[in-house]
Design a protein around this ligand. Structure first.
Ligand code: ASC
Length: 149
């Protein structure tokens, strides 16, 4: 193969991997701020759903769906902010020693959030209640292991 073709292929592969990463941080504090922001937005929209599920707020199917869609989208975001050397905030240092478990937990959340989105789209409050409880379980499981109080 020609050298120029090889380097073009390598550059294309590199560009693809950077695009997949989607975000990078200049300093650890920026990564911490990013993940905390993503969690905070998730808590706002999940909390609004929770109020409906608990009956603290009237159930409105459209609002529930908008919140569930956002939770599903947001659930993909915080993980990019847990790169090497970004210890701090409320994150326990164990995270960086057990990244496989953390990633598995992140996947469980995203799977539960996708099901939450489907349940909200059904417009059925009982479906939503079940999916909400399942999603909340995945939040709690990681918080219990990896989040400082
Ligand atoms: C929420 C929220 C969380 C989780 C967690 C589950 O509504 O904001 O962080 O549920 O409390 O235990």
């Amino acid at each position: 193969m020609k050298k120029s073709l090889v380097s073009a292929l390598v550059l294309t592969a590199l560009a693809a991997s950077f695009a997949a990463q989607a975000v990078s941080f200049e300093k650890p504090a920026d990564a911490i701020k990013y993940r905390q922001s993503a969690f905070s937005l998730m808590a706002s929209h999940f909390g609004d759903l929770g109020a409906m599920v608990k009956g603290d707020k009237p159930f409105d199917a459209k609002t529930a769906q908008a919140n569930a869609d956002l939770v599903a989208t947001l659930s993909a975001l915080p993980w990019a902010g847990f790169g090497p050397g970004t210890e701090g905030g409320k994150a326990k240092p164990a995270i960086w020693k057990e990244m496989d478990k953390v990633n598995a937990g992140a996947k469980e959340l995203q799977t539960a959030a996708a099901a939450l989105k489907t349940a909200a789209a059904s417009g059925n409050l009982d479906n939503l209640k079940k999916a909400f409880a399942n999603t909340q379980k995945t939040c709690k499981s990681c918080h219990d292991s990896y989040k400082d109080k």
